[in-house]
Design a protein around this ligand. Structure first.
Ligand code: NAI
Length: 293
């Protein structure tokens, strides 16, 4: 029986979540995804119109099929957590069951046990503000959406994962080095995510026999990255980051989402059965540089 992979944080074909889903599909996995309610309709419409066809082609000539899309808001764990402002929000109208525990229960009802869990989501409402100007609520919101969401996903999905299964998230070098412009407490949230990867690897390894890793990815012009800021300047944050990487990384080549997809496939496959608790750089090597020439 083929493996089932749940990828949280897919809403178009430009991001890392899609790229990982695609490589997993290429290797024969069944793909199900969790999508943030505010972008769910646009995503479903895009799929129906065939907007992502070109980005769905597999090596055998077939197409990646997303078997099911679950509305998922990863800042809520249980129905009781959803505030009135969200319940009455137009963008959530007609939807329910989008808290993490409810999605896990639906996935279990639909598929029984799954094998692969991917966390490819982040959100920081004050990302454009320097840390020194970030509010407490902005900082905690970044941490809630971008770091605790991984803890909660594992809490709720590990019990429905087969031993030998694997969890993966995406992080960024701003967790350990200063990246001006990556603000709002997002750098702090990524530090948490990487530290938690180690602790969760130990706890989930011992309790469930599953592996927990994170990929520290180089810059990619995804929808989320385009929101980081720098609008009105000569280059946006992400354009600057991509050019800087190209100019200074050991490998003088473009970084494609597929590069991260392939590393994700490796980490989630039995080839990596002894690899857990790691932060793996997929960044053309930029992380090892100490000085730019
Ligand atoms: P993306 O826009 O494809 O993915 C982010 C997703 O998170 C979106 O689909 C968004 O709807 C979803 N999301 C936001 N808040 C959510 C919530 N409360 N509940 C559920 N989903 C929510 O962009 P990208 O860049 O591919 O991001 C994926 C991961 O990769 C993120 O963790 C990001 O920090 C990380 N990453 C991205 C880099 C880049 O340069 N694009 C570099 C290194 C890491």
């Amino acid at each position: 029986k083929g493996k089932v992979a749940f990828i949280a944080g897919v809403a178009d074909s430009t991001g890392y979540g899609w790229a990982i889903a695609k490589q997993l599909a290429d290797a024969g996995a069944t793909i199900i995804v969790g999508t943030w309610p505010p972008v769910l309709k646009i995503f479903q419409m895009g799929l129906r119109k065939g907007d992502f066809e070109d980005d769905s082609v597999l090596t055998n000539g077939g197409k990646m099929e997303i078997e099911k899309i679950y509305p998922l808001d990863a800042v809520f764990d249980k129905p009781e957590d959803v505030p009135e402002s969200i319940l009455t929000n137009k963008r959530y109208a007609g939807l329910d069951g989008y808290t993490i525990s409810e999605v896990a229960a639906q996935v279990e009802a639909d598929y029984g046990k799954i094998d692969i869990l991917v966390h490819s989501l982040a959100n920081g409402p004050e990302v454009t503000k320097p840390l020194l100007e970030t509010s407490r609520s902005g900082y905690l919101a970044a941490s809630s959406a971008s770091a605790y969401s991984y803890v909660s996903l594992l809490q709720n999905f590990a019990p429905i994962m087969n031993p030998g299964g694997s969890a993966l998230s995406l992080t960024y070098i701003a967790s350990e080095r200063v990246i001006p412009g990556y603000g709002g407490g997002m750098s702090s949230a990524k530090s948490q995510l990487e530290s938690d990867t180690r602790t969760l690897a130990y706890e989930a390894g011992r309790k469930y026999g599953i592996r927990v890793n994170t990929v520290s990815a180089g810059p990619l012009k995804s929808r989320a990255a385009s929101a980081i800021g720098g609008k009105g300047k000569k280059k946006t944050f992400i354009e600057y980051a991509i050019d800087y990487s190209r100019a200074n990384a050991p490998m003088d080549q473009d970084l494609y989402s597929e590069d991260v997809g392939n590393a994700g496939l490796y980490l989630c496959s039995p080839m990596a059965r002894a690899v857990t608790g790691v932060t793996m750089y997929v960044d053309n090597g930029l992380n090892c540089m100490g000085m730019a020439l």
